[in-house]
Design a protein. Sequence first.
Length: 458
Amino acid sequence: MPYFNMSAEQISRAMHELIPGGNHTYSKGDDQFPGNAPKVMARAKGAYCWDVEDNEYLDWAMGNRVMSLGHANDHVDTKVFEAMRLGANFTRPGILEYELAAYLTDHWPCAEMVKFGKNGSDVVTAAVKLARAYTGRPYVLVCGSHPFFSIHDWYIGSTEMNSGTLPSERPYTLKFIYGDRASVEAAFADYKDQIAALILEPVKNDSPYADPRPSDLTQSGMNRNGDNTGNFLQYLREKTEAEGTVLIFDEMIAAMRFGSRGAHHHYGILPDLATFGKAISNGYSCSVLAGKREIMDLGGITHDRERVFLLSQTHGSETVGLAATLATMRFYNEHNVEDHIWSIGRALKAAVTDTARAKGLSERVRIIGFEANPQILCFDESGAFSSTLNTLFHQYMIEEGVLIPWITITHAHRMAEVDRTAEALDRALTQLESAIAADAVDRSLLGPAQKPVFRKYN
């Protein structure tokens, strides 16, 4: 039966019969949204999206953070259509592979060589494999404060949701705490000369090290108090160099938020390897592994060391993703999208903060993080995150036609969208204030509260 003869609820139920989880990314699952969230989407343009019943939503989430210019950007789509008409893939390397590689190695400070993939997990795992081959060491030290790095056993085996992974993989993934030097020192002391790679996202939204804009930073990447993210990253750079460990930055989210050159450029701290994806191609599928030539070239065919089977993906050279990435990067830089994102983020943070204060909810509803990559979270009376209150907040925002489970500011978001969000916030927080005052948060929910993705059982 075609979808236009079915309700959104019917389509959603049918999708669960056909697709495990009802979708292809756990963060889009029913257990991550309130009961009134749109069930199935049909189209999107700019800063807006519509479900199969033609309900309109102001979209701050932009898929799974995969947009930097907005939905269906005309410039990017035109370049993609042009590439499609010339062929989607070839028997030998295509010219777009050269064009994009040349652009990125010139643009990203950390990139002497690049390798293309189709998703973030694959390029992150490829970076880990290179680090192990380069160092001859087995262990990987990952930041346990970040939610996700790869779908593969080396990482998923270290999470609560490790069913189906090999137990033999799990001991080789170690964890440290973001901003906590002692946890890093302990790992290197316990596994002396055995750690191949240290991997993390360069920034963390709820870090006490969150810094102001780059103009407020010293050349060393430290703010004037000498205690911020740049300082911790510099420590990691020096520590990994001293230990002979490969430093890997996961720039999936940070790149494009902190500028198209990534957070490593923002702080002036170069990793040995870095991985990119998501918003670099404005929704199309492309990911990149970038880094030092002496490490990257182990995946090549001209060296005399043991061969590394790096990334060998049929669709890594597919022209649609490459064309989209090149078009996105060029548009982003030519139109100064970075400054626009920071500016809109500043206005949005002010709107949330001011409205929460006016409603007496400053301690219960907060917008945290960097202006380029903020996040709204709700807390209980003790100051702990409350999934129940958070779900109810988003339920009320969805009633107002605003999807904001996470925030991905794009070139398509303007002050009109900030103003509309502020109006929705005023009404949503009025309802939230009443529910809290009446001790009715739980019974006001239209469905179950959000659950963590990484949990042992459903």
